[in-house]
Design a protein around this ligand. Structure first.
Ligand SMILES: *Cc1c(COP(=O)(O)O)cnc(C)c1O
Length: 400
């Protein structure tokens, strides 16, 4: 597939429902055209006809690596440094456990108080399991750099804050972590597919992320893990599953990790979900991530200007400097949950994050300036007419 690098948006590549402006692709990307057909082919032709032979005939066994290499290109990592599988929570655990084994004499895990809860919970659980007196420190995000000292075994941070969209300076923090002798782990959940990343040049030992947000791999799509190339052959995988074994089908009673990124695999890969993700990644062929970032900033700036001019009830909760933001914009409003429900009922889908954050993702692959203008009009109408006061928008659903 060849397309001009600047041919954004690629709305025609997605099956978006009519009448919906989708500003939640930062949480769950939409259905890429061709993905459902690819899933059906995997199910009918490969699973249905080939049965167990498909592990070889359709090369299911290598799918986690093939897809990993495609993600590597999007995060600026080299071939053979990324594999896919499991969920991001698992990959966070694995990276952190591996990192702690690299610094056995140190006891501090440094994260920040704005990190996504599961990353912190997984660290907490790992500390319990290890039972060696590790401590999880969570300074405010802007205090992280100063909190890195020589007691820190691993710095584990999410690049883009899920709530506010604030970006950490990955290069500066990684440099500081390395100066202090700590291992660096970046969670790219809200940045992979949102901007150029250059994780290879930054030199962090580990990076992890999920593929159902900006990468559009679908609900439950597998996570990815990147290991710095010089460590790929020696890092301790921490979760010693048979798919990460040097010779899974030798069925040896003892674990021997593969001498490649495969060692970070754990169990049987989710083949159908990986096939969907593989199809979703077709859309990224030829996309210029720098152009995507420029467009994302234009759309975000347009949205902020429109909302600030027309919705005085809402307060910007994201950094005003676009370079300090990811590809989302958040506004604080006390009745943000109800306001978001009212907005969704009027065809603009964003989401709400407790306590009062209305969150909007800007995904230039399928959004353009007209969509943003229309979204601002609808939001301004919802706010001007207090439509959120309707009791049907007040009850919280299980998933917000
Ligand atoms: C979305 C997200 C997750 C989700 O983890 P799953 O295991 O895929 O549910 C974890 N961490 C961060 C930073 C996220 O943004």
């Amino acid at each position: 597939m060849t397309r001009s690098a600047t041919a954004l948006p690629r709305k025609a590549d997605f099956e978006l429902p009519a009448g919906v402006i989708y500003l939640d692709g930062n949480s769950l990307g939409p259905l890429p055209r061709g993905a459902a057909e690819r899933a059906m082919r995997t199910i009918r032709e490969e699973w249905g006809n080939e049965l167990i032979r498909a592990w070889n005939s359709a090369d299911w066994i290598a799918l986690p690596q093939r897809v990993g290499d495609r993600i590597a290109r999007l995060i600026g990592a080299s071939e053979g440094s990324v594999t896919t599988g499991d969920t991001l929570s698992i990959k966070v655990y694995q990276a952190l456990a591996a990192a702690l084994r690299m610094r056995p004499e140190r006891r501090v895990i440094l994260s920040d108080s704005g990190n996504f809860p599961t990353d912190l919970y997984m660290a907490e659980g790992l500390i319990e399991t290890l039972g060696r007196g590790h401590e999880l420190r969570m300074p405010a995000p802007d205090q992280v750099l100063d909190a890195i000292d020589e007691s820190v075994a691993a710095v584990m941070l999410t690049h883009v804050d899920y709530r506010t969209g604030r970006c950490h300076d990955m290069a500066a923090i990684t440099r500081r972590a390395h100066e202090a002798g700590a291992v660096m782990i970046w969670d790219l959940a809200h940045s992979a597919g949102a901007m150029p990343l250059g994780i290879g040049a930054i030199g962090a030992e580990f990076a992890v992320g999920c593929s159902y947000k900006y990468l559009n791999g679908g609900p439950g799509a597998p996570a990815f893990i990147h290991v710095r190339p010089d460590l790929v052959e020696t890092v301790d995988p921490a979760l010693s599953g048979w798919m990460g074994h040097a010779a899974p089908f030798a069925m040896e009673p003892q674990y021997r990790p593969a001498r490649a990124i495969e060692r970070m695999r754990v169990g049987t890969p989710p083949v159908i979900q990986l096939a969907i993700l593989d199809a979703a990644l077709d859309i990224w062929e030829g996309v210029d991530l720098a152009a995507l970032r420029t467009r994302s900033i234009e759309l975000s700036e347009q949205f902020i200007a429109g909302v600030e001019a027309r919705c005085p009830q809402l307060t910007l909760a994201s950094p005003r400097d676009p370079q300090a933001r990811g590809s989302q914009v958040s506004f604080a409003f006390e009745e943000g949950y109800a306001a978001m429900q009212a907005l969704i009922a009027h065809g603009v889908i964003g989401d709400f994050r407790t306590p009062d954050i209305m969150r909007f993702g800007f995904t230039p692959l399928y959004l353009d300036a007209q969509d943003v203008a229309r979204a601002v009009d609808i939001l301004a109408d919802v706010m001007a007419r207090d439509l959120w006061r309707d009791p049907r928008f007040q009850t919280r659903a299980r998933v917000t």
